[in-house]
Design a protein around this ligand. Structure first.
Ligand code: HEC
Length: 318
């Protein structure tokens, strides 16, 4: 048995078995045990050293014993050693694959021309090469028929499939990354939870100028359908993010709030549409009724221009 497996296989094999056992029995969570507990690494190194030492000692002992044998004993020992298979099948396989003729048979191969003493051997192709070549011909035929004649699962199909997967994961990502909204992608939120968060932001930051009921003061009335800077979720989102016209008092809030929060407060502002505040400020700006909001009232339609949104209206310049 000992002679069956050479030491350069035996030592790593035993070592990895011990290594595997240690990893299996030492509970180290996600990390490998030898990283979590350096002492384990030390232990493994010791094991390796001991294994190598054992091999060296046995080798030396064998050598000493061999030297003490008589000539006849030595011969018998060598013979018994060579009888053991010793990976002969690997050696034979290798010989067959390489397919070289032993040097004694070379004269059979020699071609009968002679260039200033340089001769040529007519070696046949090494079998490993030849059979790989045949295999590649068969592979090419199967490939051609499968992908080009029957069009099975072509690269285009694979690409389309990967696109599909990527789109799904992008959608998944966007669902969780609410702060990716900008004024082009923003939508009106109608969830009570979102509107409540929007209301909280509004109450804390906006009422000094717009009043708690949105009736307006320093800032314009937010409950009517007149908008200076454009109505609809996109424009309102844009106004809150970037602020109003210079010097009017409406600052850009993008430093204070995340895009998702601005979306909430913008949705809350739009939910005030059509409510009746206690002291409404007179309407300012154009009448705008985005499709998603209430239709204009009869009284409102008599007023100035009417613009249907949802593109970004340029801020008026007065
Ligand atoms: C310091 C006072 C002030 C505060 C605080 C303030 N605003 Fe304004 N807001 C204004 C003024 C003034 C305007 C008009 C800007 C203009 O005419 O360009 C305005 C305009 C707006 C408009 C556009 C109205 C329209 O007719 O187009 C919206 C929407 C708005 N504010 C929402 C908010 C929200 C939401 C907050 C809180 C996060 C807020 N504002 C805080 C003063 C304020």
């Amino acid at each position: 048995m000992r002679n069956l497996i050479p030491s350069y296989i035996r030592v790593p094999l035993v070592f990895f078995i011990i290594f595997g056992l240690v990893e299996y029995f030492v509970d180290s969570g996600e990390e490998p045990a030898f990283i979590k507990y350096p002492i384990v690494l030390l232990f493994l190194l010791l094991v390796l050293l001991v294994l190598i030492a054992i091999e060296a000692i046995i080798g030396a002992l064998e050598n000493v014993m061999f030297q003490s044998l008589t000539e006849e004993g030595k011969a018998r020992y060598m013979a018994s050693k060579n009888k053991v298979p010793q990976f002969n099948w690997i050696k034979n396989l290798y010989k067959k694959l390489v397919g070289t003729k032993p040097i004694e048979e070379e004269h059979e191969l020699i071609l009968d021309h002679n260039y200033d003493g340089i001769k040529e051997l007519d070696n046949s192709l090494p079998p490993w090469w030849l059979y790989s070549f045949y295999a590649s011909i068969v592979f090419a035929a199967v490939y051609l028929i499968n992908f080009h004649i029957f069009g099975n699962n072509s690269q285009y199909d694979e690409l389309a499939e990967e696109y599909k997967k990527a789109e799904i994961s992008i959608a998944e990502y966007k669902k969780n990354a609410k702060d990716l909204v900008d004024m082009n992608t923003v939508t009106l939120l109608t969830d009570a939870a979102d509107l409540n968060s929007g209301k909280a932001i509004f109450m804390q930051n906006c009422i000094p100028c717009h009043m708690a009921d949105g009736g307006g003061g320093i800032g314009p009335n937010l409950t009517d359908n007149h908008w200076i800077l454009g109505g609809g979720i996109k424009n309102v989102f844009h106004t809150i993010t970037e602020g109003g016209r210079d010097g009017k008092g409406m600052i850009a809030w993008k430093q204070n709030f995340k895009p998702s929060e601005i979306q909430q407060v913008a949705s809350y502002v739009l939910s005030l549409q059509g409510t009746t505040p206690a002291n409404p400020k007179a309407p300012q700006g154009d009448i705008i009724w985005p499709e998603e909001n209430a239709q204009p009232t009869a009284e409102a339609t008599t007023d100035s221009t009417t613009v249907v949104v949802d593109s970004i209206a340029p801020a008026p310049t007065n």
